[in-house]
Design a protein around this ligand. Structure first.
Ligand code: ADP
Ligand code: MG
Length: 439
């Protein structure tokens, strides 16, 4: 397999089928020359797109595959490569722009099915407010948080509720990836007026996963104009993203500042109580009742990600329905044994130091250094906090792990992080993901 085919294969796993068909399917290696390769593409639009929007992804794939390539150039092939993907550029694709929004909204993602806990109550309240009085309360509404925390669920719930309550309103829902692919199709088919018309005549635009626009300048440019047009006409915009605007790499400044104009709310990982409540809700929807011990088992053994929690429950239900057995703890332990890692694996002080050091790109020895430099002292405080939470080590023992810190210093650090964690969403997320890494 040549280098470009390897890159294509690696990208095929990372980007959507739609995007792959659009951009990569019709490309092939022209020649390789030392650390340079040139790639044949079918037309100017593809060349442009590869250079602007996919440069980063291609280079990431090269790094992942450890290929000795430093430069990739794109040449337009004189005899256009033919393949069945041409059908993708037919008007049918742009006509799908005009599909009714309801068909794109998952009927399960309603407000009724959304469990509210301390982790998501602000996001939920803001979503409700927008669904009740669009363009009045918060514009744009920017919802952000980690994977599987319910952002898409909330966006769909807003859409569905608007469709139900405001019949005449034009609601447009799209993912950022679709936005990008449709834009490209429209450019190719010379249908940009329809594209503009579609998005700019919306009364409410719901756009999911906007972080994927990071580094994609042409798409950001287009989105910028869409945003302005809608905003200037007081149309509601709701955006979701996996991180806050300032933390989206490659997001242009003018979009970042606009995203911050309205209300930004984050969804945090669910705490134990919320996980239990979500389990109750989902089992009720499935028409079953979970025994108490199974409920606790699922809530405590899964990571702080609702999608995973849901996945575990679904497997359990599927197994019980196929096998005809009733759900009990033994069955849950058997089916979900991947969630339980052998006999209680104790987290050690050294393991915490290693994990925290890695997260902050430091050496374990650096974290143990006696210095008050913030770059070192902050991760050190986090490590102390995690040791208190996850290991059996006493405060003096924790102090000794850091070259003999006094136990009151350790206690001070633990309290400080405990407190900060409540206010600082990014820190809280980091801690959750560190804790998950020990599970
Ligand atoms: P995200 O978009 O944040 O990655 P999703 O909205 O796709 O996450 O949520 C993943 C799954 O978890 C969905 O099936 C969703 O219904 C469910 N989910 C997430 N949060 C909640 C919640 N608070 N209540 C009920 N279900 C939830
Ligand atoms: Mg999502």
């Amino acid at each position: 397999m040549n280098a470009w085919d390897q890159i294509k294969l690696s990208l095929a796993e990372k980007i959507s089928t739609e995007a792959f068909q659009n951009w990569f399917a019709d490309t092939r290696l022209q020649q390789a020359d030392g650390d340079r390769i040139s790639v044949l593409v079918p037309n100017e639009a593809t060349k442009d797109w590869m250079e602007r929007e996919y440069a980063e992804s291609v280079h990431a794939a090269i790094r992942d595959l450890k290929l000795p390539i430093r430069q990739v150039s794109y040449e337009i092939s004189s005899s256009a490569v033919t393949s069945n993907s041409h059908t993708d550029f037919s008007p049918a694709v742009t006509d799908s722009l005009f599909q009714s929004p309801v068909s794109q909204l998952n009927p399960k993602f309603t407000f009724d099915n959304f469990v509210v806990g301390s982790c998501n109550q602000f996001a939920h309240a803001a979503a409700k407010a927008v669904a009740t009085m669009p363009s009045r309360s918060y514009n744009p509404l920017f919802i952000y948080g980690g994977v599987g925390m319910g952002k898409t669920h909330l966006i769909h719930a807003i859409g569905r509720s608007l469709v139900q309550n405001f019949g005449g309103m034009r609601i447009v829902y799209t993912t950022s990836e679709r936005f990008m692919n449709q834009m490209i199709n429209c450019i190719k088919l010379d249908r940009m007026p329809q594209f503009h018309q579609h998005f700019r005549s919306a009364d409410v635009l719901l756009i999911d996963d906007v972080h994927i626009l990071g580094g994609k300048e042409r798409t950001q440019d287009e989105f910028f104009h869409t945003f302005n047009e809608l905003y200037d006409h007081q149309k509601q915009i709701v955006i979701s993203s996996d991180s806050s605007p300032k933390n989206i790499p490659g997001l242009v400044e003018r979009l970042r500042s606009r995203f911050e104009w309205g209300l930004m709310v984050d969804v945090q990982p669910p705490d134990l109580e919320t996980k239990m409540a979500i389990l109750d809700k989902k089992s009720e929807l499935e028409g079953i009742k979970l025994p108490e011990d199974v409920r606790i088992f699922l809530a405590t053994k899964t990571k702080s990600n609702v999608r995973e929690l849901e996945g575990a429950l679904i497997r359990l239900i599927a197994y019980s329905s196929v096998s005809g057995g009733t759900i009990n703890l033994a069955m849950a332990q058997q089916i979900l044994k991947h969630l339980v890692h052998g006999p209680e694996r104790r987290v050690t002080v050294e393991a915490v130091i290693r994990a925290v050091a890695e997260r902050f790109s430091l050496q374990p020895s650096q974290i143990k250094q006696k210095t008050n430099e913030h770059r070192i002292s902050y991760p050190r405080q986090i490590a102390m906090y995690l040791m208190k939470e996850l290991t059996d080590a006493s405060l003096p023992e924790i102090g000794r792990a850091f070259g003999g810190k006094h136990h009151t210093t350790v206690l001070h650090s633990v309290k400080k992080i405990e407190h900060l964690r409540l206010k600082d969403a990014d820190l809280n997320r980091t801690i959750h993901s560190l804790i998950d890494s020990f599970n």
